[in-house]
Ligand binder design. Structure first.
Ligand SMILES: [Zn+2]
Length: 312
């Protein structure tokens, strides 16, 4: 995480580029617009707003982790060809700025989180206290893990698409309204699932602080013992594994949740040494090809079902 944030901090702010992109947005018939979203779940959310009028593509492929994403040369041409680019914002797309510079041209950039106030990340709080990091504290970007916040995503996408394609505005408004109703139903579904977990077991231990907004909305406690962040490539030392085992034991949590890209051997080792269930089938940053998370709504239903089953 630390390394990721240092990378983010090192990039310039997007704002200047956003201003350059807005105002002069290309306007055309919906069907001819080239709409690109940074990542798979955003493309799905945007496709629900775009409906049949225009196709939305994802820049990142299924399974790619935006935090660790290394841009491919073909990404520059995809961006160069786009009329509209949809980003999460809050510096989630740390890889985007050099791509935009290399692509050149003009496009409308929609930041889906515009108008939402991000939580500060703990890493950032620590750095802010040391006085080194005041200007680039973007905060926690994982707002899509609370569907109520995704309503704002939908409104921003609706407004952006309507600006790029004014003739489609009525269609986008109707599609957005219908999808917002689905998001509200999703919220109710999650509430029901959470009710099935005894209150004292609503504890989340993860190795990546992605679930802050989810926890706030649905009444989970994020246990303050963050596991060491092991990537799929890195092998953990015996000492790191021992520390992880201690952290899990001390948390009192019935289960721990690791992202889908994590090292299953390590997860199993922690499970066998602690007796705690390890769930490494959450999809937090990407959809899947087919089941279990082909759409954003499916992704969220899958995740809350895994969390409820893990903690009950
Ligand atoms: Zn993340």
């Amino acid at each position: 995480m630390k390394k990721i944030f240092n990378t983010i901090i090192a990039t310039l702010t997007l704002s200047a580029l956003l201003l350059a992109g807005c105002g002069s947005a290309p306007q055309s018939e919906g069907g001819t617009l080239n709409i690109l979203a940074s990542t798979t779940f955003l493309a799905d959310i945007a496709q629900n707003v775009a409906g049949d009028r225009v196709q939305v593509e994802s820049l990142l492929p299924v399974g790619a982790d935006p935090h660790a994403y290394q841009a491919a040369p073909s990404d520059v041409s995809k961006i160069a060809e786009s009329d509209v680019l949809i980003l999460n914002g809050v510096e989630y797309e740390h890889f985007i700025e050099p791509l935009l510079e290399n692509a050149g041209g003009e496009r409308l950039i929609i930041e889906a989180t515009t108008g939402l106030t991000p939580h500060q990340m703990e890493e950032h709080a620590a750095e802010a206290e040391s006085g080194t990091d005041h200007e680039h504290e973007a905060g926690d970007p994982h707002m899509w893990l609370d569907p109520n916040l995704v309503i704002t995503y939908v409104e921003n996408i609706r407004d952006g698409l309507s600006k790029a394609d004014p003739d489609g505005a009525e269609t986008y408004a109707a599609n957005a309204e219908a999808y917002i109703a689905q998001l509200k139903a999703l919220d109710s579904f999650i509430m029901e699932q959470v009710q099935s977990i005894p209150a004292e077991r609503r504890l989340l231990v993860t190795n990546h602080e992605a679930l802050g907004y989810f926890a706030e909305r649905y009444g989970f406690e994020i246990v303050d013992t963050i596991l060491p962040s092991f990537s799929s490539e890195a092998s953990a030392s015996a000492q790191e594994i021992a520390a992880a085992v201690d952290a899990v034991k001390n948390s009192g949590a019935p289960a721990i949740f690791l992202g889908e890209v994590e090292n299953a051997d390590l997860a199993n080792q922690i499970a066998s040494e602690t007796g705690v269930k390890v769930v490494n089938t959450l999809y937090l940053e990407s959809l899947t090809d087919g089941a279990p998370a082909p759409t954003y709504i499916d992704m969220m239903k899958h995740n809350v079902t895994e969390i409820a089953n893990g903690l009950k």
